[in-house]
Design a protein around this ligand. Structure first.
Ligand SMILES: [Zn+2]
Length: 388
C-alpha cells in the first residue's frame, strides 16, 4: 500500500547507499549489528555516520531519506551488499574463493575492473538449509529512523541476487536455493514492516540481468514467483518498492554493453510491489515511454534523474528537462524522482554525492513551481548559509 508516496506527486529520494565520511572506518566484519553496537568505537562511528547521512539528505531537501546503507562494510566494489546477508543467514558458512553462483564471465577477465570486483567477492558458501539469521533489519532501520521525523526508507538485496553470488554446496539446485533465500528474507522483511518501516525497497529482481543469459528462466516466471514470495504480505503493512538498475560495483555497469529494460518490463509489471524504480539518467531517459507503457496504473514509476556513474554533477535544469519528458507519459501522481542507483559502492566522494542530491531536489523544484506544487526547502541552496 502507498504510505509515504501517497498523495505526494514528484516525491524525491535517493536509491540508498552514500559514500562514508573519511573518519567512519569501523566495520561490522561479520558481527551481528546489535553486538557491534556494544563496541564504543563502532557505535560512535556508526551513529555519527548515519546522522551525517541524514543531515546531508535533509540539507538537500529530499522527502524520503535512507540510512546510506551504513551497515555495509568498507569493502571492494560494494561486496557487503551481498556479504551483509550472506554472512548472517543460517545455512551459510566459511568463505568461498572463486566465482560463485551464476555470475557471467562477459567483460570480467583479468585486466577488467569487474574481474577485480569478482576476485574480491569472497562470500560464505551455502552448506545447509537456509533460514533467518541475525540480519536485524528492524534494529538497523530504527537506529536511523529514531534520528529524524522524516521517513527513512530501508533497502536491501533480494534473495535472488544473493543467489547469483554464493557458492551452493547444499541445494545444488538454483530454484530451491532462490526460493529458500526468498522465504528467509520474507520473514526478515515482515518483522521490519511490523516495526513501522514505511517504505521497504527490494534490490532487486534478477529478471533484467538474466535476459540473454537464461531466457527460459525469465519466461518461466520463476523469478517473478520468487520475488513475490519474498514480498508476500508486505503490501498489507507498508509501501514496497522494487529497485532495478544495471549495476553499481565501483559505479560500473556489471556488463559494459548497453542493455535495455524492454524484454524485462512485462515481468516487472507482475511484481507484487507499489513502486518500480528504473535507471533513466545514465541512458538519457530514452526508455521512459516504454516504462510508462509496460507498468500498470496500480504501480508508481520511480525514475533516476541523477547518474551514479559520472562525477560531473547534473545541472538542475537538466534534471528538470528529464522530469518534464517523463511527465509527458507518466502522470505526476505516479512519478517519483530518485537516482539511478546508490552513490556508496566505491564510486564517488561525499562532495559529489551531496551536490548530486542537491541538484536532484533543485531540479524537481523547478518542475514543482511550473505545476503549482509546493517546493522543497533546500537548505544547502539558501544564500543565508553561505560563508562568503
Ligand atoms: Zn542499483
Amino acid at each position: 500500500m502507498l504510505t509515504v508516496s501517497k498523495n505526494r506527486p514528484l516525491l524525491t529520494t535517493i536509491t540508498g547507499s552514500l559514500p562514508r565520511p573519511g573518519w567512519f572506518g569501523a566495520n561490522l566484519q561479520g558481527r551481528p549489528f546489535s553486538l557491534a553496537m556494544t563496541d564504543v568505537a563502532f557505535r560512535e562511528q556508526y551513529a555519527d555516520g548515519v546522522a551525517s547521512f541524514l543531515t546531508d539528505q535533509t540539507r538537500a531537501g529530499l522527502d524520503l531519506l535512507t540510512d546510506g546503507d551504513a551497515r555495509c562494510d568498507c569493502d571492494v566494489g560494494g561486496r557487503s551488499w551481498f556479504g551483509y546477508p550472506a554472512e548472517r543467514l543460517n545455512g551459510l558458512s566459511g568463505h568461498h574463493v572463486g566465482r560463485g553462483g551464476t555470475a557471467s564471465s562477459r567483460d570480467k577477465q583479468p585486466g577488467d575492473l569487474m574481474f577485480e570486483v569478482l576476485e574480491t567477492r569472497v562470500l560464505p558458501k551455502v552448506v545447509g538449509p537456509i533460514s533467518r539469521g541475525p540480519l536485524e533489519y528492524a534494529r538497523v532501520w530504527k537506529s536511523a529512523q529514531r534520528l529524524t521525523r522524516k521517513p527513512v526508507k530501508f533497502g536491501a538485496i533480494s534473495g535472488q541476487m544473493v543467489a547469483t553470488s554464493v557458492y551452493d554446496t547444499h541445494y545444488k539446485d538454483r530454484r530451491r536455493l532462490i526460493m529458500a533465500l526468498s522465504e528467509a528474507m520474507n520473514a526478515e522483511l515482515t518483522e521490519l514492516a511490523g516495526a513501522g518501516c514505511q517504505v521497504i525497497q527490494i534490490e532487486e529482481p534478477a529478471i533484467h540481468g538474466m535476459v540473454g543469459v537464461d531466457d527460459k528462466e525469465v519466461s518461466s516466471d520463476f523469478l517473478v514467483e520468487a520475488f513475490n514470495r519474498e514480498v508476500a504480505g508486505l503490501r498489507a503493512k507498508t509501501e514496497v518498492w522494487a529497485h532495478t538498475c544495471w549495476g553499481n560495483p565501483a559505479a560500473q555497469r556489471t556488463e559494459t554493453k548497453r542493455r535495455f529494460y524492454t524484454p524485462a518490463l512485462p515481468y516487472f509489471n507482475k511484481l507484487d510491489v507499489d513502486v518500480v524504480t528504473f535507471e533513466a539518467a545514465d541512458n538519457g531517459g530514452d526508455e521512459i515511454a516504454d516504462f510508462a507503457k509496460a507498468i500498470g496504473d496500480d504501480k508508481k514509476i520511480c525514475i533516476g534523474v541523477i547518474s551514479h556513474r559520472t562525477l560531473q554533477v547534473e545541472r538542475p535544469d537538466d534534471v528538470a528537462d528529464l522530469i518534464r519528458r517523463a511527465l509527458k507519459v507518466i502522470p505526476k501522481e505516479r512519478l517519483i524522482i530518485s537516482t539511478d542507483c546508490g552513490f556508496g559502492r566505491q564510486g564517488m566522494s561525499r562532495l559529489h554525492a551531496f551536490y548530486k542530491m542537491v541538484s536532484l531536489v533543485r531540479g524537481t523544484n523547478i518542475v514543482r513551481r511550473e505545476l503549482g506544487l509546493e517546493e522543497a526547502d533546500v537548505l544547502a541552496a539558501d544564500p543565508a548559509g553561505a560563508l562568503i
